[in-house]
Design a binder for this molecule. Structure first.
Ligand SMILES: [Fe+2]
Length: 145
């Protein structure tokens, strides 16, 4: 399988799954005076990501290829580092900024491959995901200011 559109979409799926896991652990373990707001914000984020990753995986299927899955396999593919269970709220938010930025880089690659392949539907989907992650990065960075 050497289709760059498929390969880059599969990377987006793997890293989105990794980001869901990282956002979820932050939702569970965040502590401190911002607990309530961060706990809820992280929940909104992983729910949004979970819906999005399903659409992207199904786009891969619609293009005739197979979607990646399984925790061990996704972890092998993913390029996102993991946060410690006891990280501070500040470090969690900074970590999620980095992870969302990795997604933005994956998405830009997939968008460009889709554009070169005249696959406007995948390109459109990647553009929408870029907007979603840019919004998340803005919100997370605002917390850090
Ligand atoms: Fe929860």
């Amino acid at each position: 399988m050497n289709d760059p559109v498929i390969e880059s979409l599969r990377q987006v799926v793997a890293d989105t799954y990794a980001l869901i896991g990282q956002t979820h652990i932050c939702h569970w373990n965040v502590r401190g005076p911002s607990f309530f707001s961060l706990h809820l914000a992280f929940e909104e984020q992983y729910n949004e990501l979970f819906a999005a990753v399903d659409e992207i995986a199904e786009r891969i299927r619609a293009k005739g290829a197979l979607a990646p899955g399984g925790l061990a396999n996704l972890a092998k593919m993913a390029g996102i580092s993991e946060i410690g269970e006891d990280a501070s709220a500040h470090d969690m938010v900074a970590h999620l900024v980095e992870a969302n930025e990795k997604l933005l880089s994956d998405l830009a690659t997939a968008r460009d491959h889709a554009s070169e392949a005249n696959d406007s539907e995948s390109e459109d989907m990647m553009i929408a995901r870029i907007q979603a992650h840019e919004k998340t990065v803005w919100m997370l960075k605002s917390y850090l200011e």
